[in-house]
Design a binder for this molecule. Structure first.
Ligand SMILES: NC(=O)c1ccc[n+]([C@@H]2O[C@H](COP(=O)([O-])OP(=O)(O)OC[C@H]3O[C@@H](n4cnc5c(N)ncnc54)[C@H](O)[C@@H]3O)[C@@H](O)[C@H]2O)c1
Ligand SMILES: O=P(O)(O)OC[C@@H](O)[C@@H](O)[C@H](O)[C@H](O)CO
Length: 360
């Protein structure tokens, strides 16, 4: 396995996936992206630096790669001859890869292509599966936070996260690459990840945005938000442990890692990055609605999750200019009578500028 393509040369593609590929000898690495300027800069600079938050991990320079603009013919040819393609484009953009993958697989002469979608979300590969792309299509879970410090030199700041757990059951063979971790029960892992890590991230970012924070770690350390997260976790941890048959202490430890990472002030993350695309995040199989449904199933309180949902609606309306109808439709919360009326009440209180402390 030596010809690896990463589609999406953003924070995760460049800062988390590329070093994993580079930890393997004899692998060639090609970035493909729709951002032409980014591709030009990668080709011009020929290298970039990753700074790790972890003090004992030295900065790493990534070099010796190709970079191709997705609209270039060469992009299709490169995908067609790749041994493995990883995506890190954001789950809602996977649909845009249907066309390039169709073109590439149509001219491919080797055995079926293997694709691993490295995106946040449950069933993110579905648009490719629905389009019957002639490839083995799998998914991976990204636990690593990687951020662009906006220095305009392609450098990134990142956690050091050792491995990439991927769904081995969707592939014909195990990936024989360092730091690729074959997961037999990927569905359970990614669901727990999205409903724990990303649920907490939604709590921090939407409550934080309403309270006027810009710094994600500052919001995560706000006493009211800290309490809200811990209260939310009592219901969510219990429900997840029941649903996925995981011992409660194991799930609690999993969630504690998330809180301690999000409260780490050395990781300079923003509310904007975490809150972006509220319409996707309030989706019915996403980080707020699924925990609500699980808590209802296991008869756990959902008040904090309703507040998170209402603040996410508020963010969608006021920051991203979405209409409430579109947000409610995406969430399908109208199917949950009591939760829907509670959320509407909370949203009204938010519109009246009531404080989060009063609402909670
Ligand atoms: N950054 C993180 O800390 C982090 C952590 C966990 C998971 N993730 C997940 O990783 C994925 C990527 O996130 P990111 O933070 O790197 O985003 P990003 O915005 O930094 O990078 C995405 C890149 O994909 C490119 N892209 C988008 N659509 C494309 C298309 N159709 N064809 C080619 N290129 C396309 C964009 O131009 C951009 O360069 C997301 O699914 C995100 O949820 C990110
Ligand atoms: O990447 P998104 O937009 O799906 O979600 C934003 C954050 O929740 C997410 O990037 C987390 O920080 C990451 O998944 C680490 O848990």
């Amino acid at each position: 396995m030596n010809s690896i393509v990463i589609i999406g040369a953003g924070q995760t593609g460049r800062g988390f996936l590329a070093p994993i590929i580079k930890s393997n000898e004899n692998c060639s690495l090609t970035f493909i992206d729709k951002n032409k300027q980014l591709i030009e800069q990668l080709n011009k600079q020929k290298e970039y630096k990753i700074h790790y938050y972890d003090e004992d991990k030295e900065d790493q320079v990534i070099h010796n790669f190709n970079a191709i603009y997705i609209e270039d013919k060469e992009a299709i040819e490169t995908i067609a001859t790749a041994d493995l393609v990883l995506t890190a484009v954001n789950g809602n953009n996977i649909i845009d890869l249907v066309n390039p993958f169709q073109q590439a697989t149509a001219i491919r002469k080797k055995e079926k292509l293997m694709i691993i979608c490295c995106e946040n979300g449950v069933n993110v590969k579905q648009p490719l599966v629905d389009a019957t792309i002639n490839a083995h299509i799998s998914e991976a879970a990204v636990f690593c936070t990687t951020l662009d410090p906006q220095k305009n030199d392609l450098s990134l700041d990142s956690q050091f996260y050792p491995d990439l757990p991927y769904d081995v059951t969707s592939l014909p063979i195990q990936i024989k690459l360092q730091r690729f971790h074959a997961e037999q029960n990927f569905a359970s892992l990614i669901q727990r990840k999205i409903y724990t890590y990303n649920c907490l991230s939604a709590c921090i970012s939407y409550l934080g945005a309403y309270k006027g924070y810009e710094s994600y770690a500052d919001a995560a350390n706000d006493p009211t938000i800290d309490n809200a997260m811990r209260e939310l976790l009592k219901s969510v941890n219990y429900s997840i442990s029941k649903e996925y048959n995981i011992p409660l202490p194991e799930q609690e430890t999993f969630a504690k890692y998330a809180i301690s990472k999000f409260q780490n002030k050395a990781i300079v993350d923003t509310i904007t990055r975490n809150a972006r695309n509220a319409k996707r995040k309030v989706g019915s199989s996403e980080r707020i609605m699924m925990p609500i449904k699980l808590c209802l199933k296991y008869q756990q309180p959902i008040h904090i999750l309703e507040v998170v949902l209402a603040t996410a609606f508020y963010y969608g309306i006021h920051i991203e200019n979405d209409s409430i109808d579109i947000l409610v439709k995406a969430s399908e919360v109208a199917n949950l009578n009591e939760c829907y009326s509670n959320t509407k009440e909370i949203l009204k209180a938010l519109e009246d500028k009531t404080s989060i402390e009063q609402i909670l």
